[in-house]
Design a protein around this ligand. Sequence first.
Ligand SMILES: CC(C)(COP(=O)(O)OP(=O)(O)OC[C@H]1O[C@@H](n2cnc3c(N)ncnc32)[C@H](O)[C@@H]1OP(=O)(O)O)[C@@H](O)C(=O)NCCC(=O)NCCS
Length: 151
Amino acid sequence: MPPIDTSPEIVEITQKLVSTIVSIEEASFLKPWTESMISGSVKQDHVFAIRQNENYLGYIAYTTVLDSAELLRIAVLPSFQKKGFGSKLMNALIRDCSKKGVKQIFLEVRQSNLEAIELYKKFGFETLGVRERYYRTQNGYEDALTMCKEI
Ligand SMILES: CC(C)(COP(=O)(O)OP(=O)(O)OC[C@H]1O[C@@H](n2cnc3c(N)ncnc32)[C@H](O)[C@@H]1OP(=O)(O)O)[C@@H](O)C(=O)NCCC(=O)NCCS
């Protein structure tokens, strides 16, 4: 009998789950974060995953300084994208930031990453400006949009 779908839940990532995040990174990015980068982020930042039926489908990492936060990373496994899991992670970020008294959330995103830009706009992020040649690509550089949401 196939497993009955349970509701997805948001869980905090500990060092034990770093390899799970490595798999999500490798499936989601051309330049994935390495195990040591993720391990460092788990130590210093806030890292949450979305889990359903014991499977980890995506994750989000952010950091806070005083009353500002920066979204560092968000990813959903390709075969689970466009099903609302990214939105659940964004809701968890905003909920957690408001609990911590964060007033503004900042992020940088590749100008070509239309899926992510649409997601951020849907959650009320507005473009503050462009950082030229911010990302290194295979053929040169790509600009970043800096976006911000007031809470
Ligand atoms: C960006 C990402 C996290 C979105 O996750 P997701 O689970 O697909 O998001 P959701 O299903 O909750 O979609 C929420 C909104 O995102 C936008 N979106 C998601 N996929 C999109 C696509 N293929 N095209 C256009 N907009 C899209 C839409 O606004 C969507 O709202 P809608 O369903 O009402 O149209 C996912 O595409 C991803 O992991 N991408 C690779 C990693 C990445 O680039 N991360 C961002 C930089 S760190």
